[in-house]
Each structure stands twice: as structure tokens, then as C-alpha cells.
Design a protein around this ligand. Structure first.
Ligand SMILES: [Zn+2]
Length: 331
């Protein structure tokens, strides 16, 4: 081969390599948009826990059945906490027992929130395979919410995680008020990163980053999630956004574009925060599903069935539910 031809061939092949790599770059940049996300339904716990209407075990079971019919696979079923403090979560044991006798129980692994070893023991005795624990990103919220310091709550988490490990159970961690605290205001990002690191190191398989008072905006989400990504990657990080100021879907998009693939939501947007004025609750599951469908991202959930669940639930809550998609959809 002549030198000239060889150079020509070389430049041809490097041009085609270049265009190939441009195509693969384009493909990989598009790929996430045809990917999937895991939605964790928190309506039965985080949602109902912060509602003034208390649903009976039967109502909660009916709601759960409708959610499962809509394709919900990852969900919190309740909390093993004192009914004196959280009456909405009373009889979680009876709800778990009812669920376990249902046909779907074999293929689904619900999670239950436990504040300490006593709660964990109830979860274990009831045959659950996953529990959730929580800590706060600020001292004042921790004191007001669970009457102990962050350090003390980490000790409780450690006890639960080691008991869970012995029993081959999984632990999911929640970190509250990551973007703003109703008592302390701004929250230090490096404190959030440090606490996420502690929860992961203790053995939580995933940490959910809570915007408990619905104050975050996308710029803040990009900033915090970029730091989390740099430090831990986002494979074990979930986004937990509230829609108090109408920013939740924009926040989800910001986190999604950085690579976050797990998001918490509650049917109808149930929930709120007792310490935050006007906190309207978690982002609604229906709105999240509608949003991701528009991006071509799979959620595994059936939007129409979620809307039906919302329309069934709303008259029982004594106030309009906040989901925009369900409001706009006929029964
Ligand atoms: Zn929440």
C-alpha cells in the first residue's frame, strides 16, 4: 500500500471511528430516556402518617390491593411505632397479617418503618424481610421529631442494621430535611453527604434523600446530588421529594438527569410534614408516572389504575388529594 493510500485509509477509518464513537455517545446519552426507574410507594406509611384522617386496617388493605393491581412492587406497608405517638399507624401488625394471607404476598417484599430494636423485633416476628430507618440532617429536627440527637439516632440505626443482618433482612435509610429545615433553615450539604456516608457504611442498602418540607429547587438538587454522585455514585441513592412549592417534578428531573433512578412518591400526594406550614405532601405517584411516561422511561406502573385508586381513596380522606393528573382525569 502506498504511503498516500495508507494515510487516506487511516484518516477514513479514524473518521469512521470518530463517527462511530459520536453515535455511541449519542446512543448512551439517549439511553437513560428509554430506561426505567424504581418507584417506591410510601403512601401507606409516610403519606397516611401525616394525614389527620385515620384509615382503618380494612381501608388500608383495600388501598394496598389497588396499588398492587396498579403494579406497585416496592412499598412501605406501615410503621411499628407507638400508636400513642402516631395513631395513623396503629394496627400495622394486623395490616401486615392481612397482606401476608393475600395471593400477592409471596412475590412482594414490603418495607415497614421501625424507629428502634423494639419495632425491628415486631417486623421480624411478622415475617417481614425489609425495614426502613430514619435520621435527620439537622439536630433541631431530630430533637423535635424523635426526641434524640443525630448521634443517638445513629446508634439506634446501628442496632437495627446489625439485628437485620443477623436475620438476613434489608434496611433502607431515610435522611430527613436534606434541603432545608423548618427550625434551622439552610442545611449544610457536607453534613448531608457525611450522614449519607454513615448510613451506607452502617449497612443501609439505599438512602433516600428527603425534601421533608418541600423546599428544594432544581439548582439545589443538582448541587447536592452532584456531590453525592461524586462521593458514592447514585446507585444507592433515592430521591424523596415533596410538592409543597410545586417543584417536585422539576427536582425529580434534575436528579434523574444526574443518574438517580429511584424515587419515592405517594398515591394522590398523601402526606405532609406536621412541622412545616402548608407542606402538602409527597409528590403524587400518578404525577410521577405520567411524567416518566412522557420521557419514555418505564415505571412498571399502570397510570389508569393509579388514577382509579386515587378516585376510590379521595372521598375517604376528607380533603381533595393533590395529584394534578388524577384531578384532570375522569373516573
Ligand atoms: Zn415524605
Amino acid at each position: 500500500m502506498s504511503l498516500k493510500r495508507s494515510i487516506a485509509n487511516k484518516s477514513k477509518s479514524s473518521a469512521s471511528a470518530k463517527s462511530k464513537s459520536a453515535v455511541s455517545r449519542l446512543a448512551s446519552s439517549l439511553k437513560p430516556h428509554f430506561g426505567k426507574v424504581r418507584i417506591v410507594e410510601v403512601g401507606l406509611r409516610d403519606g397516611l402518617q401525616n394525614e389527620s384522617t385515620e384509615l382503618s386496617v380494612e381501608q388500608r388493605f383495600q388501598l394496598l390491593k389497588k396499588l398492587i393491581e396498579a403494579g406497585v412492587q416496592n412499598f412501605e406497608i406501615g410503621a411499628f411505632v407507638s400508636p400513642k405517638w402516631v395513631p395513623q399507624m396503629a394496627h400495622t401488625k394486623a395490616l401486615v397479617e392481612k397482606f401476608q394471607t393475600s395471593a400477592q404476598a409471596r412475590s412482594l417484599t414490603p418495607s415497614v418503618l421501625v424507629p428502634n430494636l423494639v419495632g425491628f423485633e415486631s417486623a421480624r416476628q411478622n415475617g417481614l424481610k425489609e425495614v426502613a430507618v430514619f435520621i435527620s440532617a439537622t439536630e433541631t429536627f431530630s430533637q423535635k421529631n424523635i426526641n434524640c440527637s443525630i448521634a443517638e439516632s445513629l446508634v439506634k440505626v446501628q442496632e437495627v442494621v446489625s439485628a437485620a443482618r443477623k436475620n438476613k433482612m434489608r434496611v433502607r435509610g431515610y435522611l430527613s430535611v436534606c434541603f432545608g429545615c423548618p427550625f434551622e433553615g439552610a442545611v449544610n450539604e457536607s453534613k448531608v453527604v457525611e450522614l449519607v456516608g454513615k448510613l451506607l457504611k452502617l449497612g443501609c442498602y439505599e438512602v433516600s434523600i428527603g425534601d421533608t418540607i418541600g423546599i428544594a429547587r432544581p439548582g439545589q438538587v443538582i448541587s447536592l446530588f452532584s456531590k453525592l454522585k461524586k462521593k458514592f455514585g447514585l446507585e444507592k441513592i433515592a430521591g424523596h421529594f415533596h410538592d409543597t412549592r410545586g417543584q417536585s417534578l422539576a427536582n425529580i428531573l434534575a436528579a434523574y438527569q444526574l443518574g438517580c433512578r429511584v424515587f419515592d412518591s405517594s398515591i394522590g400526594g398523601l402526606g405532609g410534614c406536621p412541622y412545616a406550614k402548608g407542606a402538602t405532601g409527597n409528590v403524587a405517584t400518578e404525577d410521577v408516572v405520567y411524567f416518566f411516561e412522557g420521557l419514555g422511561v418505564k415505571t412498571g406502573l399502570n397510570l389508569q389504575k393509579l388514577i382509579e385508586a386515587n378516585h376510590w381513596l379521595e372521598p375517604q380522606m376528607n380533603h381533595p388529594l393533590s395529584s394534578k393528573v388524577s384531578k384532570a382525569s375522569p373516573s
